[in-house]
Design a protein around this ligand. Structure first.
Ligand code: 6R9
Length: 704
């Protein structure tokens, strides 16, 4: 659809200006070997067969006792999957592979410094390491089934070892992304009521050995201020026997794990048989000011869901070398580096560092050397690699059969580079849409059976029935060209069980909006509200427009940030773009665009004009930005999502809010200084905002 053909939209809708993209088809070679190549799968997972269809996923696991009820809906929306069943997640990811794959690599860990050796950890070795740490946790740290343990670990093999050790005991782990501040970690320790913190002295990032243990001290102090006392801090060491931190080891509180482990050499701990609905872990999602939400994931439902989706959507076979280039401190890493791939008994690659260290050819060197054939990462990484090394993939002799993009809508321009250059025109791509709360994929194409369409995630995955509702709960039909709120009509095994300690918030945020009858025990009355805007094309494919709180309302026109950003990125010089609202005397609200440039391109006035022009052409005059700011980088979260509300705060001279969960907090001041000084010089300082205007600005980007 072009700007001219654009239909009038009402207040309640987000305007949609996307052009339809062409399909790309999987190759015959891919189809011939794919796990999900039988079209009968669609029928097996159709609504007629719900919820029993998910037995197919659960059957991929080893159970100690089978469930009596596949889906227990007696207390909506607190669904119970596989009720009555018992299993252990650590057993499923480790022990059961010993029979056939004892000496196969479970994990291949690539340290950031290229001078350091890559380490392959076999299933046997993983079994030994997990058992020894389990014994330490139980006998030294004194943790019991149901306790919570917080980790603040970087991308090292000790992280999956720690996760699987907790899972072995039925202890609930809560990993806080290593890049988060000590304060953010302390808040999460307090919220989960953990008395044990597992951390590491240091790790490599961009060529530097970062002192990480200092954050543990801040975390313990913060947790204490919030009323929770950490009894022990277990410190893994990046190099055993050496200490990378300046922080003091507090006697009787801080312990080096490598020193303690000697006492547990060769210890074996029987996996605790857990009820399917026992919590496996918490994963916090960040809020701006509100209390963080600890998404509580189950053992049986979660593990079944990530295993099934890894098999069909990641097309993982035991003999593949699979590399998910994401952080385990993000849900993607929990589900698709650790639990899904290991449950299937494949080889999962982990990389410690940044994508472009020491140069943007690094990922492709790793892929070539290890023979990676499945690659999985986020648009932010793809954009960065495209920006810094657009021709690097061609220099390396690797071949991917399958690639994933996850975490944000991907601009079609960037998708095509991923397909043509990284995938060398032959790899299939799945664009997987889902959330921390969901456990696993919600929207994606099944790679052998459904063609790809750049910028669209595809239809709902097997057993997921999405729908788009407008503000009044009316269905927005596929092909109508109208956007609305994407919801999932049914429960699924990977859905989180609750917000830890805040069940009312769980119901309020995710179910209250479209619940038809609060007393109903019928799941059909409880659609799940995802908080994303989306549009569904005539072919059933969804295009995600971004968080519904990320909408910019210009003169009654609701503009999705992603559309504005995609338009900006069509300008050749632009690497990345972010759109935010700015209060404007004339128009009420206007758009401002922040862009970063490809390397070697000098900031020029003319580039700003090109971006403005591209937005006018792709979207319309109404969206013409008030300013285009060229900045070195954007503030980002652990998964590389741009924190637009921070930028909006800068544009509007308002509070930028909490920045403790930024991966790069230092850029905030750089951008603020540049933009605000320039605005002052141009006389664009806003008058005092009314309380309502202030609220509106604060509401923008609230849900990241
Ligand atoms: C897995 C993950 C969730 C939010 C989600 C949506 C955005 C994720 C996407 C996508 C478009 C995709 N999102 N994947 N948008 N296309 N393929 O990212 O979890 O960090 O909780 O973020 O990310 O807005 O609501 P999480």
């Amino acid at each position: 659809m072009t700007a001219e053909q654009e239909t009038q939209v009402s207040e309640a809708q987000i305007a949609v200006h996307w052009r339809e993209e062409e399909y790309y088809h999987p190759s015959a070679t891919f189809i011939a070997q794919a796990n999900g190549a039988d079209p009968a799968l669609f029928e097996r997972f159709s609504e007629r067969h719900f919820p029993e269809c998910f037995k197919e996923y659960a059957d991929l696991l080893s159970w100690d006792a089978y469930w009596h009820t596949t889906l227990d809906t007696s207390n909506p929306p607190f669904w119970k999957w596989f009720a009555g069943g018992r299993l252990n997640a650590s057993y499923n990811c480790v022990d059961r592979h010993l029979t056939n794959s004892r000496n196969k690599a479970a994990l291949i860990w690539v340290p950031e410094p290229e001078t350091e050796d890559t380490k392959a950890i076999t299933y046997q070795e993983l079994y030994r390491r997990v058992n020894e740490f389990t014994a330490l946790l139980r006998d030294f740290a004194g943790v019991k089934t149901g306790d919570r343990v917080t980790f603040h670990l970087p991308m090292v093999p000790e992280l999956p070892v720690s996760m699987l050790a907790c899972a072995r005991l039925g202890v609930i782990h809560s990993e806080v992304f290593g890049g988060f501040s000590g304060t953010a970690c302390g808040e999460r320790i307090a919220d989960s009521g953990s008395h044990i913190l597992v951390t590491m002295d240091g790790y490599y990032r961009n060529g530097e050995l970062i002192d990480h243990k200092t954050k543990a001290d801040e975390a313990v102090t913060k947790a204490r201020a919030l009323g929770v006392e950490v009894a022990k801090v277990l410190v893994w060491r990046r190099h055993s026997g050496q200490y990378a931190s300046k922080s003091h080891m507090v006697p009787d509180r801080d312990f080096f794990v490598d020193e303690l482990l000697g006492a547990y050499r060769g210890h074996v701990v029987e996996p605790v048989s857990m009820p399917a609905e026992a919590p496996l872990f918490l994963m916090y999602t960040s809020g701006t000011t509100a209390r963080p939400k600890g998404c509580q994931h189950s053992t049986g439902g979660y593990l079944a869901y990530v295993t099934g989706t890894s098999k069909y959507y990641q097309d993982i076979h035991p003999e593949d070398t699979y590399w998910c280039f994401a952080d385990i401190g993000w849900i993607t890493g929990h589900s698709y580096i650790v639990y899904g791939p290991l449950s299937l008994g494949t080889t999962s690659v982990m990389y410690e560092g940044v994508p472009t260290y020491p140069d943007p050819g690094r990922p492709w060197r790793i892929a070539e050397r290890l023979g990676v054939n499945i690659f999985h990462t986020a648009p932010t990484t793809i954009r960065m690699l495209r920006k810094l090394g657009p021709d690097e993939p061609k220099k390396y002799n690797y071949r991917f059969k399958h690639m994933t993009t996850v975490g944000e809508p991907i601009e079609p321009e960037v998708w095509r580079w991923y397909h043509d250059v990284v995938g060398k025109g032959t790899a299939v791509i799945v664009d997987t849409w889902w959330q921390t709360e969901n456990g696993g994929f919600l929207g994606s194409t099944l790679p052998a059976l459904q063609p790809m369409k750049p910028g669209s995630c595809g239809p709902g995955v097997l057993g997921i029935y999405p729908v788009i509702y407008d503000e009044n709960g009316m269905v927005v039909e596929a092909g109508s060209g109208r956007a609305g709120n994407i919801c999932i009509r049914n429960p699924w095994p990977g859905i989180f069980q609750t917000v830890w300690g805040q069940p009312d918030r769980f119901v309020q945020i995710y179910y209250a909006k479209y619940c038809r009858d609060k007393n109903s025990k019928n799941w059909r009355d409880w659609p799940y509200f995802a908080g994303d805007g989306a549009v569904q094309a005539g072919d059933g494919y969804f295009r995600i427009l971004g968080r519904v709180d990320d909408v910019i309302n210009v003169a009654g026109h609701r503009l999705g940030t992603k559309e504005l950003e995609s338009a900006s990125i069509t300008v050749g010089e632009i690497a990345e773009a972010a759109a935010v609202p700015v209060l404007d005397q004339l128009r009420g609200k206007a758009v401002e665009i922040y862009v970063s440039l490809k390397p070697g391109i000098a900031p020029r006035r003319e580039i700003e004009e090109k971006v403005a022009k591209a937005i006018e052409t792709e979207i319309g005059k109404i969206a013409r930005p008030k300013n285009v700011w060229i900045v070195p980088d954007m503030p980002k979260t652990r998964s590389g999502k741009i924190m637009r509300r921070v930028i909006a705060g800068i544009s509007n001279f308002t509070d930028v809010g909490d920045t403790t969960t930024l991966a790069n907090p230092e850029v905030v001041e750089v951008i603020r200084h540049h933009v605000q000084a320039e605005k002052v010089a141009r006389g664009e300082v806003p008058r005092e905002l009314s309380p309502q205007e202030l609220e509106e600005i604060k509401a923008f980007g609230r849900a990241e």
